[in-house]
Design a protein around this ligand. Structure first.
Ligand code: FES
Length: 118
């Protein structure tokens, strides 16, 4: 239901292969565009709370941070934390090796807007 979702960005603000940070109801959310499919999760890595939205930036290991084939995830896209390269599944919010998880949120695009449900 639309009323459960909050508009966080225009879809064309976030290019494929990039992430951005937004705040919804006081919660830091990392928004990612994976080949045109949007994903949202907590913006804080389950290891030492690095801001996961920074994966698309060239600084801090940026070139290593997007991955489709690195690590153990074969069933879902993943991002790699810019600080110590933990890989986090975008659909489950899980880091497989440690079993630690962060929250993931429903995302949809309507009329060119990206909406996130917290
Ligand atoms: S803070 Fe993310 S891997 Fe260490």
């Amino acid at each position: 239901m639309t009323e459960d979702y909050t508009r966080v960005a225009a879809a064309d603000e976030l290019e494929p292969g990039n992430g951005m940070g937004v705040v919804v109801d006081g919660i830091e959310v990392a928004l990612f565009n994976v080949d045109g499919e949007f994903h949202a999760m907590s913006n804080r890595c389950p290891h030492q709370r690095a801001p996961l939205c920074k994966v698309g930036e060239k600084k801090i290991n940026g070139e290593k941070c997007w991955n489709e084939n690195r690590g153990g995830f074969t069933d879902q896209p993943a991002v790699t934390c810019p600080w110590h390269l933990w890989e986090i599944g975008l659909e489950t919010g899980e880091h497989e090796a440690s079993g630690k998880k962060i929250g993931v949120f429903d995302v949809k695009v309507e009329d060119g807007d990206v909406l996130v449900a917290i």
